[in-house]
Design a binder for this molecule. Structure first.
Ligand code: S3P
Length: 439
């Protein structure tokens, strides 16, 4: 397990109405995948809009350890000198994924197909997250992968396994599981098919296609065969919808706000929160929808609007799986009751997000009933107080949003991990109008 670092807290308090145009950093899911596919492609790939977060830098560092030259000629740009589908080299030591579940699960799939042994480790949070969900299908493909207790990291992967394709229906709707299986499938004999219980984000399938690997996919289904090669491309990473979500909710809640968030990725498998917020009464317009590097982007214009509680449709859960912490803040400030169901996956994210949000909101005076797979949140008035982010980046940013409308300030404990997905969040948020300071 990698060492924990020092604690930083925030003091989040009412600022001014949110105003201006703010460019949020690049998409985390796309940035991870761009480094991975560019590394095993033939030729040199340039990635623009790369997320300079700790999670995605960890992925780049891992590929450097496997012999891939990756230049960083400017912030948010990476030039990856691909080594080809079989060109990775044995790393000298364990590969450190830090806080990044996406790195560990996708790499588990990719590394099963290599000729060399490898080990994947992570920080305290990642070391507690379930890995059977990837180990089981990978073993069914012929991979030799073990974890220290049969469930959790570290993972040890034996090289030289003869992989074969499978026809796989995962129990949980997870883009990470789907992607691990597809990446192993690149190295497998025959066809690999993943049939999902609910469609999840499709960046792996789409990006493989852009790199020239034949992939058949539709929502909830992906199919490919081993034995092709990837060709270098230029990747333009859209702004991360999940990072934009904190500003979308803050501008919705703070009276007098109007912000513009340019070139945000609006892949429908990510934007479930927009549908839910709109149903609650939010005023969010997606302007100038266009295609950028094979993904749909739009400028999001958000104006303040009062919200009413709703029952969140269960078929939207996978499309907004990372947005529940900030949705819980919106629900706490809405009129009436919001009901979240079918979201048990939130218990195994960077923290148990159901418990983290319920406990934090209760300490701020909001009535929350926690259920196994969700919560019932009664809208009310947030008072000030102290909340623990549990080292979870999205819980920390969600409570920073809460501080913008709370009756008095909120101390948000342990926010250092915000740098995993949204480096510079506090500065950008202050520029937009937040009251937010380290302490
Ligand atoms: C991700 C998939 C989701 C999401 C995570 C990123 C990805 O996880 O929560 O932040 O990039 O594939 P699951 O696949 O576990 O749902």
């Amino acid at each position: 397990m990698t060492a924990p670092r020092g604690t930083v807290d925030w003091f989040a308090t009412r600022g001014t109405p949110l105003q201006g145009s703010h460019r949020v950093p690049g998409d985390k899911s796309v940035s991870h995948r761009a480094i991975m596919l560019a590394s095993i492609a033939d030729g040199t790939t340039t990635i623009d809009g790369f997320l300079e977060g700790e999670d995605t830098r960890a992925t780049a560092e891992i590929f450097r350890q496997m012999g891939v030259a990756i230049d960083a000629p400017a912030p948010s740009r990476r030039v990856v000198h691909g080594v080809g589908i079989d060109g990775l080299q044995a790393p000298r030591g364990p590969l450190d994924c830090g806080n990044a579940g996406t790195a560990m699960r996708l790499l588990a799939g990719l590394l099963c197909g290599q000729a060399f042994d490898s080990a994947l480790v992570g920080d305290r949070s990642l070391s507690a997250r379930p890995m059977q969900r990837v180990m089981e299908p990978l073993r069914a493909m012929g991979a030799r992968v073990e974890s220290h207790d049969g469930q959790r990291p570290p993972l040890r992967i034996r090289g030289g396994a003869a992989l074969h394709g499978i026809d796989f229906t995962p129990e949980v709707a997870s883009a990470q599981v789907k992607s691990a299986v597809l990446l192993a499938g690149l190295y497998g004999a025959g066809e690999t098919v993943v049939r999902e219980p609910r469609p999840t984000r499709d960046y792996t399938e789409r990006m493989l296609g852009q790199f020239g690997w034949p992939v058949e996919h539709s929502p909830g289904l992906a199919r490919l065969r081993g034995g092709h090669r990837l060709r270098a491309i230029h990747v333009q990473v859209p702004a991360d919808f999940s990072s934009a979500a904190f500003l979308v909710v803050a501008a919705t809640l703070v009276p007098g706000s109007e912000v513009l968030l340019p070139a945000v990725g609006i892949n429908p498998r990510r934007t479930g929160l927009l549908a839910v917020l709109r149903a609650m009464g939010a005023d969010v317009a997606a302007i100038d929808e266009r295609e950028q590097g094979g993904e749909s982007v739009a400028d999001l214009r958000v104006r303040h609007a009062p919200l009413s509680g709703i029952a969140v449709p269960e078929d939207l859960v996978a499309d907004m799986i990372d947005e529940f912490p900030v949705l819980a803040i919106a629900a706490a400030c809405a009129r009436g009751t919001t009901v979240i169901r079918g979201a048990a996956e939130l218990r195994v994210k960077e923290s148990d997000r159901i418990s983290a949000m319920a406990q934090g909101l209760r300490s701020l005076g909001i009535a929350v009933q926690e259920t196994l797979d969700g919560a019932v949140i009664e809208g009310g008035t947030l008072r000030g107080g102290r909340v623990d982010s549990r080292g979870d980046h999205r819980v920390a940013m969600a409570f920073a949003v809460g501080g913008q409308v709370a009756a008095s300030g909120i101390v948000v404990r342990d926010v250092a991990n915000v740098a995993t997905s949204f480096p510079g969040f506090d500065m950008l948020a202050r520029t937009a109008g937040f009251g937010l300071h380290a302490r």
